[in-house]
Design a protein around this ligand. Structure first.
Ligand code: ADP
Length: 479
């Protein structure tokens, strides 16, 4: 058994809910420190100071001002701390004039430069800070150079021994940089130059995988998949497999709870699931002009190929054609402008059975999980996937492709104790087949009720995952 002493963990991420959110990384980075602290540890979180609403609606105090450099360019950075402490962990934001003072989180031409400046500032601040974490935990490529900087930049030799964990939330994005960016790093051990490189470029994610003490992926199956399909990193993952492990994400059961959800007019628990969901569905259908008597299928997420969002228009058309207009669809998302335009254009043909909301809307996503009968997730790539776990918690039956974290969290209805529908391929026929199975379940009210209650009683909370991370934190301190 592990000795139960308190671990000091510094999380560093590009986004975290409720401060700044684009996707699942934010949900994880915003919840994991809180649940580590609930277990009696000391976890803090550092983010860039994006200009989001949260920044303007909370109180802050300046805790550090420093100067560091990227090559010849010297710049000031400021670290502020959230004053109220209501998040359940200490939250620090790093500001750099001209680089991090923007509304968006990603998508700028100089993202590589911005996130390098952020990482250098964080390490520079750490080197001046009286606090020494036992472990530094970085997330995805935006912070994946930190293990290299800590270990091999001479200037930070006094931080060299701090163990690091890299969590890969999505290996598709690796943060590739031109070699000329290497001159922006503080002087480092040139013998270790190869640590920065993958296939002729600086590859921050690959560098993180090489340099971190341990690497985790956000589900077991995703780690298996990465060995054979990781956007060019396959052989690296295979080489480093001994230090890699899968830790399934949890969900923040305090935020995602239909019994106390601030976005729902009528709260409900497993005992009141039928009434609660019916009320939420009526509400939604009124707003979007849908017929609430039909089973409602939703999709929530980034409208990108990884999520197979390009299939959505055909899924609607082919379902109506093959199965009849027996169901409604409601989609919430943003991303590829072509997919957005197609989804919007389909409104013309809707007969109270289709609608979409193009954009990002946190409150609406809660209302959809509550009001829907079924959630579609045909993802081509799904490292963990949180939507299906939120759906379970709100009694919404997920229809998911057998991949990554979806495979690890959903058990097909056809199996003993199963809940949800799994299908093999990200293809329209596979989805239509799953929809036809879902329609059968919808007709059997007793079975549907049992399934909803069963799903709502499943536990995907952080407690399990926190235990796994703690095991890792303890193990890296010993090694
Ligand atoms: P990814 O991180 O790959 O986008 P995840 O399933 O891990 O996917 O997490 C997605 C998170 O983002 C969920 O909390 C989901 O509800 C939320 N989300 C995605 N798109 C939207 C949107 N348009 N509006 C509101 N929430 C969204």
């Amino acid at each position: 058994m592990e000795k139960n002493y308190s671990v000091h963990i510094l999380h560093i991420s590009a986004e975290a809910y409720p401060v700044a959110k684009v996707g699942g990384l934010a949900d994880v980075a915003g919840a994991l420190p809180k649940y580590l602290n609930i277990e009696g540890h000391d976890a803090k979180l550092v983010l860039p100071m994006h200009r989001t609403r949260y920044l303007n609606t909370h109180e802050w105090e300046v805790v550090h001002k420093g100067v560091t450099n990227m090559g010849d360019h010297y710049f000031e950075y400021t670290v502020i701390r959230e004053s109220s402490g209501t998040l359940g962990y200490e939250l620090y934001l790093v500001d750099i004039f001209g680089l991090l003072d923007r509304e968006g989180i990603y998508g700028y031409e100089d993202d590589a430069y911005r996130f390098l400046a952020f990482q250098l500032s964080v390490v520079d601040w750490m080197s001046n800070w009286s606090y020494r974490p036992d472990v530094v935990h970085v997330h995805d490529h935006h912070t994946a150079l930190i293990p290299f900087i800590l270990q091999y930049c001479y200037r930070y030799g006094h931080l060299q021994k701090i163990p690091t964990i890299l969590t890969i939330h999505n290996a598709q994005y690796q943060g590739w940089m031109n070699w000329n960016m290497a001159t922006l790093l503080p002087p480092y051990d040139l013998w270790k130059r190869g640590m920065l490189e993958w296939e002729g470029q600086i590859n921050p994610l690959a560098c993180g995988i090489k340099c971190a003490s341990r690497v985790t992926t956000v589900s077991w199956s995703y780690l298996e998949e990465l060995k054979y399909n990781s956007n060019g990193l396959e052989s690296l993952i295979q080489q480093e497999i001994a230090k890699c492990s899968g830790v399934l994400n949890g969900i923040d059961a305090m935020v995602w709870n239909p019994a106390s959800d601030q976005y729902l007019k009528q709260s409900y628990n497993a005992d009141k699931v039928t009434e609660g969901k019916a009320a939420a569905k009526r509400e939604l259908c009124d707003v979007f002009g849908l017929d609430s008597n039909k089973p409602l299928f939703i999709f929530i997420g980034r409208l990108v190929a990884d999520k197979a969002a390009d299939l959505l228009p055909s899924i609607v058309g082919e379902s109506f054609y093959h199965l009849g207009r027996k169901m409604s669809f409601l989609f919430l998302g943003s991303g590829d402008p072509q997919i957005e335009a197609q989804l919007n254009a389909m409104n013309v043909y809707a007969e109270q059975d289709y609608s979409c909301y193009i954009g990002y809307n946190e409150g609406l996503s809660h209302q959809l999980y509550a009001g829907a009968d079924f959630l579609l997730m045909p993802s081509r790539v799904e490292p963990c996937g949180l939507n299906q776990m939120y759906a379970l918690r709100y009694g919404t039956v997920p229809l998911v492709r057998k991949t990554g974290g979806l495979k690890d969290t959903i058990k097909d209805q056809g199996e003993e104790g199963g809940y949800g529908f799994l299908f093999e391929h990200a293809s329209v026929p596979d989805v239509i087949h799953a929809i036809s199975r879902a329609l059968e379940l919808y007709e059997d009210k007793d079975a549907l009720h049992r399934c909803r209650k069963q799903m709502m009683n499943l536990d995907f909370s952080w407690q399990h995952s926190v235990r796994n991370y703690l095991y890792l934190y303890h193990s890296v301190q010993k090694s």
